[in-house]
Design a protein around this ligand. Sequence first.
Ligand code: ADP
Ligand code: ASP
Ligand code: MG
Length: 412
Amino acid sequence: MALVVQKYGGTSVGTVDRIRNVARRVAKTFDEGNEVVVIVSAMAGETNRLVALADEISETPSEREYDVLVSTGEQVTIALLSMCLQSMGYKAKSYLGYQIPMLTDNVHAKARIKSIGDEKIRADLKEGTIIVVAGFQGTDDVGDITTLGRGGSDTSAVAVAAGLKADVCEIYTDVDGVYTTDPRIVPEATKMEKISYDEMLEMASLGSKILQIRSVEFAKKYGVVVHVRSSFNDNPGTLVMKEDNDMETVLVSGIAYNKDEAKISLLRVPDQPGIASQLFKPLSDANITVDMIIQNVSHDGHTDMTFTVPKADFKKAIEIVQGLSGNIGASGVKGNENISKVSIIGVGMRSHSGVASKMFDALSAEGINIEMISTSEIKVSCVIDSKYTELAVRVLHEAFGLDKKAQEETTI
Ligand code: ADP
Ligand code: ASP
Ligand code: MG
């Protein structure tokens, strides 16, 4: 008997019929002799609807109340799925985050999981009950509801799989695996049979929403092999797992894009020690994650400093930076929300040079200007004008031979 953790995303539970479809899949896994713990997201579009309601009420809603609100979507789906399983003759029981308990820190809207209680789950499983857990939510030390950030049900699932030492962790979604890039933008994208934790971490952190980044961090830390697959067919999906030798033979394995960042520039900052810490400490104290940072060559003891932050934190960040700009001695602050970041990713890049320049050539051939660049040993990212995002992704996908046809030709 295996312990199987399955997570179903928003589209997979988006209607009553789809919830019935999920129930049939869960029941089949149970009937095959497995113990089953299911994690579900809210119905497709529901979390967005709740976020929009909060935005309508207030420009800066309290983060505690935001979590109380946006966590409700998952309460609906766990109850509906459990009812459906029960109506099919199975024992099923739903759990909210605090009932498990799924303990997190108290950073609302982007809480981190600290521990997962397994007593109730194990007792129920022993009695032949199918467990249905609300994804995306937890509870902090004082019993307040927290949420794990958008896409957080993936993290709930991998954390539960790690906590219970499950044999299988399956993430069911609306595509049948991880592709070389978002198949919605490039229909010729190729499905990967497997991808290393490090590549998946980069893809997720660089914007591929297929898995939330923290779920991949958890998977890597606890060695959970994650199987990403479709809830609409039985195709084998993609295994997210430890790097193996095959993976290094591919130079660039995927292209990611992110339209959710904004750029802030501080103009004519005195080029002296301590400035960066005066600027970035208050941002990190406000839980704002700064991504790319560029400091220009200094002229007359002054330099421009540019960095990117999540669009969701843009207003808060710009207020903080405007408040600091006088003290730091900057001559002004500029913001731009119309940017996006395109990235190429591959563990094979570690041992090859010339990959970045091929990327720059491909972008420049289309007249796309690169505003910022950052590199690591397995990725290169460029910030560009957001209106060129789709074009850039397509061009890079082709330039690195990732299209289905090109791959078939190389295998022959
Ligand atoms: P769920 O609601 O099941 O969590 P998401 O919408 O969060 O689903 O994630 C699935 C979506 O991720 C797909 O519909 C696809 O458009 C998008 N996506 C982005 N990059 C990739 C990629 N490299 N491979 C597959 N899907 C991707
Ligand atoms: N419902 C949440 C969201 O839309 C969590 C998830 O779907 O993973 O972000
Ligand atoms: Mg998701």
